[in-house]
Design a binder for this molecule. Structure first.
Ligand code: C2E
Ligand code: MG
Ligand code: MG
Ligand code: MG
Length: 286
């Protein structure tokens, strides 16, 4: 009994600490966004057939002064709960479009938009402002939304996505396959790309059915006239399997490169253009 009681006490103490930590993170995140202390990492997106980087995804990073790097899996939900997310999204859009404008050729950049953004602001306007301020051609920007977002915010998201689509902004459905089973929104909304979640890669080396599933999801995208990306490719074996057995257009994953600093990504993309030849891949080990 005493032991039981003790455990309860410890549990409460833990809850309390976790709660306090989260409260502290909320305050610190607000400050970090206001001071523009977040930064962006850029993960290459590669056309595996031409061995060419076609663009990148901008991923938010927060280096906390006392806790070090905090994962977006932790701070994005906090930003969403506290209503800070739209300030964060605005920051990411502004920075990513300006950085992209300085890259050679028609290198594209993708930015993640949260469900909460569609509820709390006019996303078409938010994106439009970043395009105007940066003077980045709309065709070089892509926004990424998840299945959950388009289901939960169907009306507001639908209208905003259509406006952006009409402007020429790319619209990617992110983490495809992790959300809902109803696929009706796929044809109802103006997507230009399907990003197939990395969970589909599980077991493809040994399980023929798993590989067939990926191939069929890629085919689904193609049938709907969407570009397709497979996320999370980490090994040569995975790359060979998916390029051989699916018609996937693009690959994003640690094999070609992790999220990089602005300087590192800029060096890479400038190298690719100045050589006029495919950059030597794998990007990071090269
Ligand atoms: P996401 O949009 O699906 O981004 C891809 C995530 O997969 C990134 O994690 C990336 O580092 C990771 N990844 C890429 N290749 C591989 C691989 O080969 N293996 C493995 N295991 N992982 C890989 P990250 O940067 O930690 O971001 C996690 C999620 O946080 C993102 O998933 C996105 O949902 C969210 N996020 C990140 N930045 C932002 C942002 O600026 N705004 C919003 N709203 N969400 C963001
Ligand atoms: Mg994404
Ligand atoms: Mg994704
Ligand atoms: Mg994801």
């Amino acid at each position: 009994k005493l032991g039981g009681k003790n455990r309860v006490v410890q549990f409460h103490a833990l809850m309390d600490t976790e709660y306090q930590l989260k409260q502290q993170l909320k305050i610190d995140l607000k400050q970090a966004i206001a001071d523009k202390k977040l930064h962006l990492a850029y993960q290459p997106i590669v056309d595996p057939r031409q061995n060419r980087i076609v663009g990148c995804e901008a991923l938010a990073r927060w280096n906390h002064p006392s806790y070090g790097m905090i994962s977006p899996a932790t701070f994005i939900p906090i930003a969403e709960e506290t209503g800070l997310i739209t300030d964060l999204t605005r920051f990411v859009l502004d920075k990513a479009t300006r950085d992209c404008r300085a890259w050679p050729g028609d290198t594209r950049v993708a930015v993640n938009i949260s469900a909460r953004d569609f509820r709390s602001c006019d996303v078409a306007e938010l994106v439009g402002e970043a395009l105007e301020d940066s003077r980045l051609p709309p065709g070089q920007l892509e926004i990424e939304v998840t299945e959950t977002t388009v289901i939960e915010e169907r009306d507001s998201a639908g209208a905003a996505l259509l406006k952006l689509y009409d402007r020429g902004v790319g619209i990617a459905l992110d983490d495809f396959g992790t959300g809902y089973s109803s696929l009706s929104y796929l044809s109802a909304l103006p997507f230009t790309k399907l990003k197939i979640d990395r969970s589909f890669l599980t077991g493809i080396e040994t399980d023929e059915k798993a590989l067939k599933l990926v191939a069929n999801v890629v085919q689904l995208g193609k049938d709907l006239n969407l570009m397709t990306t497979i996320e999370g490719v980490e090994t040569e074996v995975q790359l060979n399997l998916v390029t051989k057995h699916t018609g996937v257009d693009l690959i994003q994953g640690f094999l070609y490169g992790p999220p990089l600093t602005l300087d590192a990504f800029t060096r890479l993309i400038e190298q690719q253009y100045s050589r006029q030849t495919p950059v030597s891949l794998r990007l990071v080990s090269a």
